[in-house]
Design a protein around this ligand. Structure first.
Ligand SMILES: *Cc1c(COP(=O)(O)O)cnc(C)c1O
Length: 234
């Protein structure tokens, strides 16, 4: 067992070290930053090993893959959906995820709210922000985010908890984008809009999580840095 997962053990040690250092450097408490294990293409045995080391927050990209793996995950896993979500697939995940981080339209929020209402649940959501304004990426633009949050906040079956972003690769390590996100996050939280409880800023991946921590990230999403390079593109 120990040797089979030695790489993951090493990686966790390194990530925790880097994250702790980045947090302390910016006067933050490392305990305020959650590490998510991003599981796409990773066999459930490896995911469960990471969970046994304390990484029980799992990020799922694909509905089909999640449905195949979820029965095998350790029972104390907390699942967030982080991939592009089609309305017709909401019903498959609504009762088994604790948060949907990839809400990229008010329409999708409405559909989630409706589904959640049917099973008597209030679903926590994050608004995905396309902070780099990239054509290829989904998400709200910074200009439309305030109105979107206000509209989503009125829906009875969801609770807006904050923002998720995947910034474009940047020469400065992403600091400009992360700083913009931090401002959106803090400004929105300060508004205390009824129907929201803004406490989550999900940003930072394997290549840039220490930079994201400098700018207030409360949740870093790590895939390849934890489990190794993925065999095929996603
Ligand atoms: C794949 C993925 C990650 C993790 O990416 P790595 O670079 O492998 O750490 C984080 N967030 C989302 C939304 C992803 O799809």
């Amino acid at each position: 067992m120990e040797t089979e997962f030695a790489d993951i053990e090493e990686n966790i040690k390194r990530i925790r070290g880097n994250l702790g250092e980045a947090a302390l450097k910016s006067g933050r408490n490392p305990d305020d930053i959650r590490i998510m294990a991003v599981t796409k293409t990773v066999p459930f045995e490896r995911v469960n090993f990471a969970a046994s080391q304390g990484l029980t927050l799992l990020g799922e990209n694909r509905v089909q893959e999640f449905l195949q793996k979820k029965e095998h995950y350790v029972k104390n896993a907390e699942i967030h959906f982080i991939g592009h979500l089609q309305s017709n697939k909401i019903k498959y995940i609504i009762d088994s995820v604790e948060m949907i981080e990839s809400v990229d339209s008010v329409k999708l929020g409405e559909e989630i709210s409706g589904r959640a209402g049917k099973i008597g649940k209030i679903m926590d959501i994050l608004c995905e922000v396309n902070i780099g304004g990239e054509e290829s990426k989904s998400g709200f633009s910074p200009e439309e985010i305030t109105e979107a949050v206000c509209r989503l906040a009125e829906l009875p079956g969801i609770r807006v908890r904050g923002f998720m972003t995947i910034p474009p690769p940047a020469a400065d390590g992403g600091s400009l984008y992360f700083e913009k996100m931090q401002r959106i996050f803090e400004d929105t939280a300060a508004k205390k809009i009824p129907g929201t409880d803004i406490d989550t800023l999900s940003m930072g991946m394997s290549a840039d999580y220490t930079e994201a921590v400098r700018f207030g990230s409360t949740l870093v999403r790590i895939g390849s840095g934890l489990f190794g390079a993925r065999n095929y593109p996603v």
